[in-house]
Ligand binder design. Structure first.
Ligand SMILES: [Mg+2]
Length: 242
């Protein structure tokens, strides 16, 4: 039987890869990038290493979001062209194609994770329910609006990094007690370990395509962390009527 949470008043919810698919679209773009790199003599690992180092650089400068990823993608394409062993006419216009990919990422269709459409309205009718997501404000709000979920939510917070300070700010803003609050999400780093440090209870809902920057061991100790196989299992964990 699944563990259940007692004495919860507020539910904080991650959005990307918890409520809807997100990283799968980035992976499609990265597959295109690897294919492009292969045509210039790079193995996939070399392409991914270049992209990773540009991403770390731009996240430090600009924070998370599509703008940051766009700069990293463009810098990677440029580096591949400048240092590749081969060049073909097919490599002309790569910058434009990279920008088409990031335009697609900014407007991708909302594909809900299994059980979200059935379960979330029940959560929202029983608990104060606030989406906590990180990245660029306008980009993240665009997805929330496109999802059609805005009317049933009590709030949406787009934070800079999802670190312990960001969670403490959310608790303060909504006047929530950490022990009466649960954060639910797919990222061990951002949705479990960071809120745990703020005293918040957590539910980990794994996603097979979680961004590798977000993967780390879940910290033992501290407020409880419940693992569920999928979003629909929250109905049991949050003791919602069947
Ligand atoms: Mg997520």
């Amino acid at each position: 039987m699944t563990n259940r949470l007692d004495n919860i008043k507020a539910v904080l919810l991650d959005a990307d890869d918890t409520l809807w698919e997100n990283n799968m679209f980035f992976l499609q773009c990265i597959e295109w990038l690897c294919k492009t790199g292969r045509g210039m003599g790079f193995c996939d690992k070399a392409v991914l290493t270049i992209l990773d180092s540009w991403e770390k650089h731009h996240i430090r400068l600009m924070g998370y979001g599509y703008g940051s990823f766009e700069q990293s993608l463009l810098a990677t394409v440029k580096q591949l062209v400048m240092t590749g062993r081969y060049y073909s006419p097919g490599h002309a216009g790569l910058r434009k194609r990279a920008l088409k990919w990031t335009a697609f990422l900014r407007t991708h269709p909302i594909i809900f994770m299994l059980g979200v459409e059935e379960t979330l309205p029940h959560i929202a009718s029983h608990y104060q329910t606030i989406v906590v997501t990180k990245g660029n404000h306008d980009d993240q709000m665009s997805k929330v609006q496109r999802s059609g979920l805005l009317p049933i939510l009590d709030g949406v917070e787009v934070v800079h990094r999802k670190n312990v300070g960001d969670y403490i700010s959310v608790l303060k803003k909504y006047n929530l007690k950490p022990e009466e609050t649960v954060m639910i999400g797919n990222s061990p780093a951002s949705d479990v370990n960071a809120p745990k440090r703020a005293g918040i209870r957590t539910v980990f809902v794994p996603h097979s395509k979680t961004w590798h920057f977000e993967v780390e061991p879940i910290q033992p100790g501290g407020p409880e962390t419940i693992h569920v196989p999928h979003f629909a299992a929250l109905r049991d964990v949050l003791k919602l009527p069947m």
